[in-house]
Design a binder for this molecule. Structure first.
Ligand code: ADP
Length: 628
């Protein structure tokens, strides 16, 4: 039994190929985690790093509370099952299963007990004397499982264990492995390229593409709320339909315009999380709808389609078609107007028929046409509200509020402007008040829909806030973007600045021992690094670390004015950003910019700042990689 933690794990192979990028996950004890994605996306590499069969280039891997990056595979208390079974052909099933235990010098009577118990669980008791070649593929895979089982490991790692089996056996083994996981109460990590295996077996699934994690979620969340078009298309068969469309808000409705001129109408309520800038009738977006979420409508409502193929599977029928009413010239090219509809109990549809497809408005998906990221995130990225300079202050959402000096300066002559407000910048306070339309759970947070004219203002709220309440709030001004005159005039402050520098070491004798000290050098500052970070950077980059330059991520909270005589970075104060509740000084340290939190009225022109080094993150500048 064990939990696992992967923290910013990277794998760069010796040939320079970056196979895994910034992989982080906390795996709870007894979870069944599935890594899924197309061939070459880095699933096996990640699994092999967990097993210890592949070195970890950067990042931390914990099994339980133990950092195991440098631990030998045999000491990690994990067992791995491979696609190829990897059985010894000259040994009997019993000997294959006992082999690892004998290597560990376990007493023979205990070995027998364990092998017999595992054989019973896997229903191969009658085959213990056979050689692998006298068994079927399914039986051999059970032996491979048995060999892992007898070790009673903390974690089971399975790499495409069912790929060599035929479809029927695969389905049966899926159920058996799931049952085995339940009875063993152990952590399983399972790699597959097969989305059906992933969906049916995983408590959570990690979807990967080209070395990057796309989404980590429960099977149903992946299906219902895919983060991007890739995940949406990867989960589900036949795959989700995608169309290029534009969206236009018209009162309580949103009109979806297809490129062929067709339209469908959705209630605004179903797509209220889509930011209004996508609802202008011009911005191209991608519309996604699963085949099983489309009705074929007798009443000629919805999209007119001509049927090009019908797959009758018995229990259900997949109807393939093209938008429009003519087949045109045959081409295999997907012109973006192909559609597939999954229907049940319909055997009357024929090729050439004209049918009407009506998407279920509660099941629609929309993605940004460029980034392919969903426009309907569980927590919307930001709200946009209009505002105006009035008197000495500003009017926002119909209410007067103080105009922070930083806003006034950025706005210049502009009087009309927009505030771009992320939901977590709406905090409890007394400046504004809005009625709560509803509250929903989103990623363990409470997302409130605050009534605000013809759209919602989304806010993250505490427990206990409920529909019908008047919610009183203020805004974290430094977390807002300001748009005026058609452009952004002020950008929200990040919580971290990045400074470029070098890395060095000195060796000193302390009580007769030679001790290494590592340093981050930024401008004229040299501050000592945490020894474990220093060793880590040296281990990853070798001795070239003393020649490379690094990007240092410095959280705002870690920056402070250096005390007298303390080593620090000399910087000019370029500007004071006064946000009302919070105040910052923008500093220029030999061309590098950073911000520091200051008191109101701060008026120094020159400062020396220093950092708490344990909070600093270090990034390679050679390849985009977090080192620690
Ligand atoms: P998956 O298991 O998702 O099919 P892998 O983890 O096996 O993918 O591989 C991820 C990527 O790393 C692939 O592009 C693969 O070609 C590459 N790769 C795997 N092993 C090595 C290696 N030893 N040296 C260089 N590149 C490798």
């Amino acid at each position: 039994m064990a939990s696992l933690k992967l923290s910013h794990i990277y794998k760069v192979y010796d040939n320079g190929h970056k196979a895994v990028n910034d992989f982080s996950i906390d795996i709870a004890d007894q979870e069944f985690i599935v890594f899924v994605g197309p061939s070459g996306c880095g699933k096996s590499t990640t699994l092999r790093m967990i097993a210890g069969l592949e070195t970890i280039t950067a990042g931390d891997l914990f099994i339980g509370d133990t950092l195991v990056n440098d631990m030998e595979p045999k000491d990690r208390d994990i067992a791995m099952v491979f696609q190829s079974y990897a059985l010894y052909p000259h040994m009997s099933v019993y000997e294959n299963m006992a082999f690892g235990l004998r290597n560990r010098k376990m007493p023979e009577n205990e070995i027998r007990e364990r092998v017999e118990k595992a054989a019973k669980m896997l229903d191969i008791e009658d085959y213990l004397d056979r050689k692998p070649k006298e068994m079927s593929g399914g039986q051999r895979q059970r032996v491979a499982l048995g060999r892992a089982l007898v070790r009673d490991p903390k974690v089971f790692l399975l790499d495409e264990p069912l790929s060599n089996l035929d479809a029927k056996l695969r389905a049966a083994m899926r159920t058996e492995i799931t049952a085995l996981h339940k009875s063993l109460k152990t952590t399983f990590i399972y790699v597959t390229h097969d989305q059906v295996e992933a969906m049916t077996m995983g408590t959570r699934i990690v979807v990967m593409k080209l070395g990057y994690v796309q989404q980590i979620d429960t099977p149903m969340n992946l299906y219902n709320e895919p983060y991007n078009k890739f995940v949406a298309g990867f989960i589900g068969t036949p795959q989700m339909n995608f169309f290029d469309v534009t969206l236009k808000r018209e009162g309580n409705e949103v009109v979806v315009h297809f490129t062929n001129g067709d339209t469908i109408i959705l209630p605004y309520e179903n797509v209220s999380k889509i930011h209004q800038r996508y609802l202008d009738g011009k911005t191209k977006v991608t519309f996604g709808i699963r085949p099983e979420h489309i009705d074929l409508d007798e009443n000629e409502r919805g999209l007119k389609i001509i049927v090009t193929n019908v797959e009758r599977l018995g229990n259900e029928t997949n109807v393939y078609g093209k938008l429009g009413d003519s087949l045109g010239e045959f081409t295999m090219k997907d012109e973006g107007n192909n559609i597939v509809v999954k229907v049940i109990d319909r055997d009357d549809i024929e090729i050439g028929d004209i049918v009407y497809a009506e998407p279920n408005p509660a099941k629609v998906h929309f993605f940004d046409a460029e980034t392919e990221v969903t426009l309907m995130s569980r927590i919307p990225e930001f709200n946009t509200v209009s505002a105006e300079v009035s008197g000495g202050g500003m009017t926002v959402m119909g209410q007067a509020a103080a105009l922070p000096p930083a806003f006034r300066e950025a706005l210049g002559e502009n009087r009309q402007f927009e505030l771009v407000i992320p939901p977590d910048a709406v905090i409890e306070g007394s400046d504004f008040s809005r009625k709560v339309a509803k509250v929903e759970k989103a990623d363990d947070k409470n997302l409130a829909y605050l009534e605000n004219g013809d759209q919602y203002l989304f806010a993250l709220v505490g427990e206990g806030v409920k529909a019908g309440d008047d919610y009183h709030f203020s805004l974290r001004n430094e977390k807002l973007n300001l748009n005026a005159g058609g452009r952004e005039v002020l950008h929200a402050l990040d919580d971290e600045d990045f400074l470029t520098g070098t890395f060095s070491k000195t060796e000193v004798k302390e009580k007769g021992d030679r001790v290494l000290h590592f340093f981050y050098n930024i401008g004229d500052m040299k501050i000592e690094a945490q020894p474990e970070h220093g060793y880590k950077i040296n281990a990853i980059d070798g001795d070239s670390c003393y020649k490379n330059s690094y990007r240092y991520g410095v959280p705002r909270d870690a920056v402070r004015i250096a005390g007298a005589g303390e080593n620090g970075l000399a910087a000019k104060v370029v500007k004071i950003l006064d946000y009302g509740d919070a105040c910052f000084a923008k500093l220029d340290a030999e061309g590098q910019e950073l911000l520091i939190n200051v008191e109101k009225g701060f008026d120094r022109k020159q400062v020396r700042v220093t950092f708490d080094t344990e909070d600093i993150s270090v990034y390679s500048t050679e390849i985009d990689m977090k080192l620690c």
